[in-house]
Design a protein. Structure first.
Length: 341
């Protein structure tokens, strides 16, 4: 494998994903037929985010820093990939990392997202034909040397047992948190709306909880997101979840706030139900850091304007669903793992 050629292929793929290619747009539009959550705008958002990720500067930086001057040598291993299907193209970064590390990807696609990924990989192979020998699709993993598997907390226990004899990365449920300090502008809240509502809140990088100062008023937040995001209620599955959770809170007399398409409920938990955002109050910065440190293993990322000292990745508002190539899931350096096997 020649690194300059794979860098070039990844960069060309990035250009392709930012294009108006007719076949690509056709698949984007058709995605909702296979998964009702994959509406055209959300799938296109994912495609464009991946395209932006694969810019020449970042591709070069990512691969160069991973190899750190070493040559791409060693016997290729077969890496089994169990992909999730909660949001479009959610496992594509793992595939790219396996290919960039010189290994072979044995890909088990999610039944919820099995059409767009193969098309994009076919285009990648057109840019660097030798990569075609590194990609296979399987219904069941077998004859693998290592595994990267993504699933729920329940399925992760099965994965840990089943793949215990080989090097592995097992990903579980995680959620993301936003920290507000009361100085946010309308523009900040609109940007935060992307962290909350992109992919209807189904991703681990979606904000499911807010940490706010004691006595915080949510009026400016609700006013800012009213016009840009009310459209989420037009999705039948989203509004069904909103109606269900609202009914539960009303029947149980649970205190909550409601703007007509999002419910806010004070709760110590991180994983809020769909169409619900949990919140909790804090006293000062040290209190914020202590609360987040206590649940750091359950957090994917934190979005905030506040300068926080955390083990978790801290991003600006609106950035949680636009990761860079080196923003690894769960903070585990997938590239380093693959180069070590």
């Amino acid at each position: 494998m020649l690194l300059p050629l794979i860098k070039n292929a990844f960069t060309q793929l990035g250009h392709y994903l930012l294009s108006e290619d007719e076949q690509l747009m056709s698949l984007v539009k058709a995605s909702h037929h296979y998964n009702a959550w994959f509406t055209e705008d959300q799938v296109l958002h994912s495609v464009r985010a991946l395209g932006a990720m694969l810019n020449e500067q970042d591709v070069n930086k990512w691969i160069d820093e991973a190899y750190d001057g070493r040559a791409a040598t060693g016997e290729p291993k077969v890496v089994g990939l169990v992909l999730a299907g909660n949001i479009p193209l959610v496992g594509f970064h793992d595939i790219l990392t396996v290919l960039a590390s010189g290994h072979k990807a044995s890909v088990k696609l999610s039944s919820q997202d099995k059409h767009l990924t193969p098309h994009i990989l076919r285009r990648l192979v057109e840019f660097y034909p030798e990569l075609g020998e590194q990609i296979t699709y399987v219904d069941r993993l077998k004859d693998f040397d290592a595994v990267i598997a993504t699933g729920s907390n329940n399925t992760s226990r099965y994965f840990e047992f089943y793949f215990k004899s080989v090097p592995h990365i097992i990903r579980r449920n995680r959620n993301s948190v936003a920290v507000l300090d009361g100085t946010e502008t309308t523009e900040d809240f609109v940007a935060l709306g992307h962290d909350i509502f992109d992919y209807y809140g189904l991703g681990c990088r979606n904000v499911s909880k807010l940490l706010v100062p004691e006595g915080y008023s949510f009026v400016p937040f609700f006013e800012a997101i009213e016009e840009p995001y009310r459209g989420v209620a037009n999705h039948h599955k989203y509004v069904n979840n909103y109606d269900y959770n609202k009914s539960i809170y009303l029947v149980n007399g649970a205190k909550h706030l409601d703007n007509g398409f999002l419910l806010l409920k004070q709760d110590e938990g991180l994983a809020s139900p769909l169409a619900v955002l949990f919140y909790d109050e804090y006293r000062d910065r040290s209190d914020v850091e202590a609360k987040l440190a206590a649940v750091s293993e359950q957090i994917q990322c934190v979005v905030s304007k506040t300068d926080l000292s955390l083990d978790n990745q801290v991003l600006g508002f609106g950035c949680s669903q636009s990761p860079r190539l080196w923003d690894y899931a769960d903070g585990v350096d997938t590239f380093a793992f693959l180069l070590s096997i």
